[in-house]
Design a binder for this molecule. Structure first.
Ligand code: AHR
Length: 495
């Protein structure tokens, strides 16, 4: 059987919110410090303390939204420690991540400056676990109030006259765990209380995100929706792709057998089940789908790179991670009516990163390239897709060999993203594009692939895995005939 895809180019569904391509950067390991912030006096070329190479690379991704400062760090972060002259800022212990000194040199002003440089929307996560209502309320006042007020005046004293625009605010993180070990009933009440004081000043309108469930904790979603859905704009969900077990061995990022390739992709596909089930609960209370499902932490989580601080969560990134990213995006697209934002964990040097650095060196990971290739779907219109794929089988288990999604951009160009999960076999696909005349269409494509499951980029060979032109596509008049090599991510453009 040949793989079949039917794309109904004239059946337009919802808009793919570009925020699905959002990021997350926590005060964790070398994510912020070294990865982004090197300080103005660093020998590493920088602009106002932010390293130039990373800045330039991130700009090319058109990052729509960036979540900060955590993660678990958010619920022990006290924002007032991170403003004012840097030499006077409090030094604290990052108890959650490696027990290292946090000098608070990267604080609110530095984060907002980074967002301005990247032209990205800030998404700030407030502290519910160990912070007060007053502290959270004053942070919002500090950032967004235009008039005369203690916090706005303080912001001006610290060098920022105009308020910042702040759209996204999270009321706590993982409050079922590192954010306070709460029961959902208790957190739902706290959420109601804290969010009351997250004010809209002037014309700044805040999209409030409630801390959501861990993986398949459907009761958490039920309780939050039942008790607080009218007071939230978004509800989060966290799910990491871990081939092994969280506490006893997650699996290596680079040294893995076929079976771990397979299980990793199977677990990535599980995101579809999770979104479907959490959305079904949300539908009960919010059939209009006003409240967004915000997947503000996702990605691979492997054992830390041997020889590194285990609290820094540094891992390499292979073509397997690229497939995981592509699989997630195709799933997020399919649920674009409910999934309004997603934030990969995490941008630099932590977990499934876009960029790895070592001192002044920097490399782009296979995941970076998938984000860059899929930019064409930002704010595009999702198209109706029907498909039937061969099985990708291993050790008596099976997965669909391919995942797919398609969208139409503002210029009418159609983009089709395809992932061949199979580590051994190519995939031959017929793509029937209904509702448009394909015979005269121009078709082009880009591919990310490798000939080894663990192919990755190193500081010595930074371009080992990178996108190339894709030519294995024939326009047969009424349809496209495509051959995907094993382990590949392809994006086609039809115009
Ligand atoms: O991304 C790493 C950690 O994973 C985050 O701090 C936390 O929210 C989650 O458990």
């Amino acid at each position: 059987m040949k793989n079949q895809v039917v794309i109904n180019a004239d059946i337009e569904k919802t808009t793919i919110n570009k925020n699905i391509y959002g990021h997350f950067a926590e005060h964790l390991g070398r994510g912020i410090y070294e990865g982004i912030w090197v300080g103005e006096d660093s020998p590493i070329p920088n602009t106002n303390g932010i390293r130039n190479d990373v800045l330039e690379a991130l700009k090319k991704l058109n990052i729509p939204v960036l979540r900060w400062p955590g993660g678990c760090f958010a619920d022990e972060y006290h924002w007032k420690d991170g403003i004012g002259p840097r030499e006077n800022r409090k030094r604290m212990i990052n108890t959650h991540w490696g027990g290292v000194i946090e000098n608070n040199h990267f604080g609110t002003h530095e984060f907002m400056m980074l967002c301005e440089m990247l032209e990205t929307e800030p998404y700030i996560c407030g502290n519910v676990g160990s912070g007060t209502v007053q502290e959270m309320s004053e942070w919002v006042e500090y950032m967004t109030f235009d008039g005369e007020s203690p916090m706005a005046n303080w912001r001006r004293e610290n060098g920022r006259d105009e308020p910042w625009r702040l759209t996204y605010f999270g009321v706590g993180n993982e409050n079922w765990g590192c954010g306070g070990n709460m029961r959902p009933e208790y957190y739902a009440d706290l959420y109601r209380r804290y969010q009351t004081y997250v004010r809209n000043y002037g014309d700044n309108r805040i999209y409030k995100i409630a801390g959501g469930a861990n993986v398949d904790d459907y009761n958490w979603t039920e309780v939050l929706m039942k008790n607080a859905h009218r007071m939230m704009d978004g509800l989060s969900l966290h799910y990491y792709t871990i081939p092994g077990e969280f506490w006893t061995g997650k699996g290596s990022a680079t040294d893995f057998p076929d079976s771990e390739w397979f299980i990793t992709l199977k677990k990535a596909l599980h995101m579809n089940t999770l979104i479907t089930k959490h959305s079904t609960i949300m539908d009960k209370y919010d059939p209009e789908k006003r409240v967004g499902l915000i997947i503000d932490e996702w990605g691979t989580w492997f054992d830390p790179e041997p020889g590194t601080n285990p609290g820094f969560l540094y891992q390499q990134n292979t073509i397997r991670d690229a497939l995981v990213a592509g699989i997630h995006f195709n799933i997020f697209h399919a649920h674009a009516d409910r999934v309004q934002m997603a934030n990969i964990a995490q941008t630099i040097n932590v977990l499934q990163a876009m960029i790895l650095t070592e001192g002044e060196k920097m490399l782009l990971t296979p995941t970076y390239h998938v984000f860059e290739m899929f930019k064409v779907h930002h704010d595009a219109t999702l198209l109706s897709v029907e498909s039937s794929f061969e099985k990708y089988e291993l050790d008596g288990d099976d997965l669909p060999q391919v995942t797919v999604s398609a969208s139409k951009d503002a210029d009418g160009k159609i983009h089709i993203s395809l992932c061949n999960l199979d580590h051994q076999n190519q995939s031959d696909i017929d793509i029937d594009l209904r509702g448009m005349d394909v015979s005269s269409a121009n078709v082009s494509g880009r591919i990310l692939t490798a000939d080894k499951m663990d192919a990755h980029n190193t500081f010595e060979r930074p371009e080992n895995v990178k996108p190339a032109e894709f030519t294995n596509v024939n326009n047969e008049g009424h349809s496209l005939s495509v051959t995907l090599p094993p382990m590949s991510v392809v994006v086609l453009a039809v115009e």
